[in-house]
Design a protein around this ligand. Structure first.
Ligand code: DX5
Ligand code: ZN
Length: 227
């Protein structure tokens, strides 16, 4: 299977990952087909535990059902307090990339990355809007994806925090300078009218929930976000 890095290269460095959190759950299969037919490059799945974030979404059984329906790779975004305990289940459920939050753990970040890799999955590290890049620099050599949150996690439909653009650029420059390979994903409030600044600053996988599932035409929204 191709690595995330190779997949991104094939897509000229920019991809769109619809967040299923904003999909119509009464018609999940139809939503997945429609968004894939409309050009989704990945599916972004938001897992919330009601503890790390004040909202509850779904667990590994739903991820497993989605992965049976999906034909594009699944990026699972764990917004949970104890990612290490649940990583294996979410990987076995069909995640291609498993992303955990830096803020969810006081230590052991390297261990979980190693564990994810040992289970044959790629590892993503997510950072909240108020976590500086300097806090995670020591981990950037090990990860496959850096998820820069452009809203505080927990809910879809919130406004993009513009200050995060500087961090995206910093992460992109740092990767160039140190010749690293992580892909930069940006999540929260991304829509056609701010997508170009996300891309110009180095965002490569653009996550969008309401801007896609809340729109009349998924294809034109995806094309507009991809640019
Ligand atoms: C927020 C989630 C996001 C969210 C994106 O906690 O991680 O993935 O669903 O939704 P929009 O695009 O509506 O901000
Ligand atoms: Zn997310």
């Amino acid at each position: 299977m191709k690595s995330l890095y190779q997949l991104l290269n094939d897509k000229n460095g920019v991809a769109v990952a619809p967040s299923l959190l904003a999909a119509d759950f009464t018609a999940l299969e139809k939503e997945i087909r429609e968004v894939e037919d409309s050009g989704a490059d990945f599916l972004h799945i938001d897992v919330m535990d009601g503890h790390f974030v004040p909202n509850i979404s779904f667990g590994p059984m739903i991820v497993s059902a989605i992965s049976k329906l999906a034909s594009v790779p699944i990026i699972t975004h764990l917004m949970i307090t104890d990612p290490k305990q649940y990583s294996e289940r979410f990987i076995k459920a069909g995640s291609s990339v498993l992303t955990f939050h830096f803020e969810a753990m006081e230590s052991g970040h390297r261990d979980i990355v190693e564990m994810i890799h040992d289970l044959g999955c790629e590892a993503g590290l997510a950072v909240n809007p108020d976590t500086p890049l300097s806090a995670v620099k020591h981990l950037l050599n090990d990860i496959d994806l850096l998820l820069v949150m452009s809203v505080f996690p927990g809910f879809g439909g919130k406004g993009f925090i513009d200050e995060v653009l500087v961090k995206i650029k910093e992460a992109s420059d740092y990767r160039e300078k140190h010749n690293l390979r992580y892909v930069i994903e940006v999540d929260g409030g991304v829509k056609p009218d701010n997508a170009s600044s996300v891309r110009e600053n180095g965002g490569q996988i653009l996550v969008a929930g309401t801007a896609i599932f809340g729109s009349e035409n998924y294809n034109s929204s995806i094309l507009a976000i991809r640019g």
